[in-house]
Write a protein that binds this ligand. Structure first.
Ligand SMILES: [Fe+2]
Length: 688
């Protein structure tokens, strides 16, 4: 749909002064001369549609409350064909950031932009790209990324992405970057307190003098604290280059607010506190630093966030969907609505959801569960069938949940017997999400879902006698960490809709797990019905440490079943990651591999019931994923880099570990999707 100039002005007038409309191209008449030091966080663009995009920079001033910059948008990098010029206000109130909506642009078009202050001090030049029209059937390309801890790592993955994109054919270049969150980690380490962690050097990011502390992690409690973290992260040169090259379509995960936080409750390292004002502060800083079309409660102005006033009070009442029924909580979580959908050409509807602001209380952490079994004797594992009872709450078994939970000799009252089923989306967002799925007309309906949706299972029932202090008295274990890998009830509701409404081309892209996964969206796994309705992917972290790195640092004397996770192959400097095999093929395969290092013999012992939903898992991979969509297939390429400890000295971002492509032909409704795999370079280890 084409927005007329008058429509655009009506929309943009409501957004305050920060809009620009294109006119006849003419050479730049500004006094711009590049002075990047005045723009320490670089430039960015966000949420393009076919005719408009939001441009961003930060230009701090020492005095005054408000200043005006000029923004220019051009069809060429030399700014000889400037098509739009407008005022861009910056103010202390928004931490000297600005957002300008530029309209009247051509679809699927590359533009360049730059900011200039009254003295001619100019930002670097940014590049952005508008979306294709809804009926544009040409293939589209985007990347999805997550988890960029620059306190503990470097962004060689972005360096690699830029290097390859600059050399790609125009039709293969990325149109946008979908950032699935952990853009920042609010828990900040100070190098002098903690010079290293795992393999990592701790780099200086920010100081939070009025924040909270848990162990050696400092976290913000107000907007200035969050702003300090964004500024620290955006000092990273590779992140700045990435933001200057592509528009970002971003969504937060947990760490943009709080490590273990949910709704407006702040929680880091176990101790929780009412955090209504902290959630609002987190939303404000996110809105200020990541240009997007997310709706804020104060209205559509792009100038300032205007946070609602809230008080930090404990939530004592929950509604029938687990939403904290407390006015300050509701005001805080509604201060910025992150969920939104994004049409991109004929082939993509990207439907983006928020996994943290509306989720119900954790159903798996009731204290009474500690009395059910001596979990330490079972390697901390918990049986999947009991977890499914807890997830479903009062809805289990058609509304007849068991009164008791039993495990071996243990018995406890079912702590979730009267609780609503677990929801990650919350009722309102879920209704919106399902509506988007039903309405979508694009070939591919991609769920931009920060949290992984593929089950992480283990089969301790197949361990030889004597490996655990006591024999395991149950079936499979689900080791997914509180995401859709163990949100069976809600997942089924969504997947059943996909099946029943005969939706085809359904795919999930996720982050959060700090690992690469490829497989199928299915409500259940054996002994339940395996019924894939879509494909599902998790991208590795850009830099944040993953499970395998942590496990490599676990002392051997405190690691009783180490072969199921790591094994030292003779002649190899680093251990092999048998955990990938444990999750994909089962414990028998890993134990065989640990003995013989014979991949074929190990795979021959694969437990076919364990993971029919998985085609690939690398629990230690870093990097990014590229997606290419057309009318016939979805091609998802995992680009994996070595552990990003130090910044690469070479322009390509350093070597690759591997590049693997997962392709799915568009399937007919009712048919199961099928992924085929091709390792294009490198060694994928035990991931397949
Ligand atoms: Fe993360």
């Amino acid at each position: 749909m084409t927005l007329s100039r008058r429509d655009f002005i009506q929309v943009a007038a409501a957004m305050g002064a920060s809009l620009a409309w294109t006119g006849k191209a003419r050479a730049s008449s500004s006094s711009w001369r590049e002075a990047r030091g005045f723009y320490p966080q670089g430039v960015a663009s966000g949420d393009p549609d076919a005719h408009s995009v939001i441009l961003w920079t930060r230009r701090p001033f020492d005095d005054g409350e408000r200043q005006l910059l000029t923004v220019e948008v051009a069809e060429d990098e030399g700014f000889r064909r400037v098509v739009a010029q407008a005022r861009a206000p910056v103010s202390a109130e928004s931490d000297w950031t600005t957002r300008v909506l530029v309209g009247g642009l051509k679809p699927r078009h590359v533009y360049w932009y730059r900011f200039t202050d009254a003295d001619g001090n100019g930002s670097r030049i940014g590049r952005t790209i508008t979306a294709p029209l809804d009926d544009d059937a040409r293939p589209i390309n985007f990347a999805f990324v997550s988890c960029q801890d620059v306190n503990e790592g470097t962004l060689n993955a972005f360096r690699r992405m830029i290097y390859e994109d600059e050399r790609a054919r125009p039709e293969d270049q990325l149109g946008f970057i979908h950032h699935l969150g952990d853009f920042i980690y609010e828990i900040v380490e100070y190098p002098e307190e903690q010079p290293t962690r795992y393999d990592r050097t701790i780099y200086e990011v920010a100081r939070l003098p009025d924040g909270g502390v848990v162990g050696k992690f400092h976290f913000p409690l107000n907007v200035d604290g969050y702003r300090a973290v964004y500024k620290g992260y955006l000092a990273d040169p590779d992140l700045q280059d990435a933001r200057a090259r592509w528009p970002f379509v971003a969504m937060w995960d947990n760490h943009e607010f709080s490590w273990q936080g949910w709704q407006s409750i702040q929680q880091a390292g176990g101790k929780s506190r009412p955090g209504q004002s902290i959630k609002v502060a987190a939303n404000q800083a996110w809105w200020e630093y990541l240009p997007s079309r997310c709706k804020k409660v104060s209205g559509p102005s792009l100038d300032t966030f205007d946070p609602p006033a809230v008080t930090n009070v404990a939530i004592e009442k929950w509604d029938e969907n687990g939403l904290g029924d407390e006015p300050n909580n509701l005001a805080a979580i509604h201060s910025l609505i992150g969920y939104r959908s994004y049409r991109y050409g004929k082939h993509l509807d990207l439907i983006i959801t928020d996994q943290h602001s509306y989720r119900s209380p954790d159903p798996f952490s009731d204290d009474s569960l500690n009395k059910l079994g001596d979990w330490a004797a079972y390697n901390g594992w918990f049986p999947e069938d009991l977890q499914q009872v807890l997830d479903a709450g009062r809805a289990f078994n058609g509304g007849n949940p068991p009164a008791e939970l039993a495990f071996g000799e243990g018995r406890i009252p079912n702590p979730q017997k009267d609780a609503p089923p677990q929801t990650i989306l919350g009722a309102t967002q879920k209704a919106w999400f399902k509506d988007q799925l039903r309405k979508s007309k694009a070939t591919w309906k991609i769920w931009g879902n920060s949290e992984g949706a593929l089950d992480e299972r283990i089969d301790p029932q197949n361990l030889p006698a004597g490996m655990l202090p006591k024999p395991w008295p149950a079936g499979f274990v689900n080791a997914s960490a509180g995401d859709y890998g163990s949100a069976w009830t809600e997942r089924s509701e969504i997947y059943d809709l996909v099946r029943d409404a005969k939706i085809t081309g359904f795919a999930i892209v996720s982050g959060d797990r700090h690992s690469f996964w490829a497989g199928y969206a299915t409500s259940h796994l054996p002994p339940g019905k395996f019924e894939p309705v879509g494909v599902s992917f998790v991208g590795g972290s850009l830099s944040s440490a993953g499970a395998m790195e942590a496990l490599e640092h676990r002392p051997r004397d405190k690691f009783p079943l180490r072969q199921l996770y790591l094994v030292d192959r003779p002649g190899s400097a680093k251990p092999d990651w048998t955990y990938n095999m444990t999750v994909k093929h089962g414990v028998r395969s890993s134990l065989e591999y640990a003995k013989s290092f014979d991949l074929e013999r190990a795979r021959a012992l694969s437990n076919r019931e364990l993971a029919p939903h998985l085609e690939f898992i690398d629990a230690g991979g870093h990097g990014y994923a590229k997606v290419r969509l057309d009318g016939e297939q979805m091609r998802t390429e995992f680009v994996c880099i070595p552990r990003p400890i130090t910044r690469s000295a070479s322009p390509d971002g350093g070597p690759l570990r591997y590049r693997v492509v997962h392709s799915a032909k568009l399937w007919d409704a009712g048919e199961p999707p099928k992924l085929t795999q091709q390792v294009l370079e490198g060694d994928v280890g035990l991931s397949i």
